[in-house]
Design a protein around this ligand. Sequence first.
Ligand SMILES: Cc1cc2nc3c(=O)[nH]c(=O)nc-3n(C[C@H](O)[C@H](O)[C@H](O)COP(=O)(O)O)c2cc1C
Length: 185
Amino acid sequence: MKAIGIVGSPRKNGNTDILVSRVLEGAREAGLDTSKYLLNEMKYSGCQACEYCKSHDHCRLDDDVTKLLEEMKEADAVVFGSPIYFSLFSGQFKLMEDRMYSLIDAAFVPRLRPGKKAIIVTSQADAEVENYARAADDFALALKMLGFEVADIIRMVDGITPDAVLAKGELLDMARSAGAALGGR
Ligand SMILES: Cc1cc2nc3c(=O)[nH]c(=O)nc-3n(C[C@H](O)[C@H](O)[C@H](O)COP(=O)(O)O)c2cc1C
C-alpha cells in the first residue's frame, strides 16, 4: 500500500510540512510506502478549462502536477496539506486542486478506484479553529465528489512561527495516529 503527501505551503519544514510528514511517518509505521511532494518546488499551471479531460481520462497539460495526478491514481491514500491564506488554501494548493478536475469524467463520475483515503492538514495563525474551519470542510466536499473517502482533518492553530506545531504534542500524535490508521489499524 502507498500513501503520498502534498504540501501546499512555501515554508519547507513549516507547520503544514511537519504535520504532513508526521502523518506519513504513522503510515510508514503501519507498513505503507510513502512519498512527499512540495508544491512550491514544482512547476505547473492551473486548469485551462479546456475540457480535454472530459473526453480523455487525463489532463492535457504535461507538467509536474500531471505526474502528481498519476501518483494520486496509484496511491491508496493521499495527505493534502495547506496553510490558510486569507481564509482559503494557498494559491499553490488551489492551482493543483483545480487540476484534480481531470479525476472525474464528463458525467462527474470519479475515475479513481473506490476506497482511496484522504487526510487533510491545515495550519492557521488564528487561535480559533472555527474561524477558518470552512476551508478544509469545503475541500473535503470536493474530495468526496472526486471519489475520496475523507478519513481525517488535522487542524493546526496558533501557527505563527514555522515550527510552532512542535510544541503541540497532542496534535503531532493525532497526525501520526491518523497516518497509522491508513494501514487499517
Ligand atoms: C498570505 C498569507 C495569508 C494568511 N492568511 C491567514 C488567514 O486568513 N488566517 C489565519 O489564521 N492565518 C493566515 N495566515 C497565516 C498562516 O496561515 C499561518 O502562519 C500558518 O500556520 C502557516 O503555515 P505553514 O507554517 O505551514 O506555512 C496567512 C499567511 C500568509 C503568508
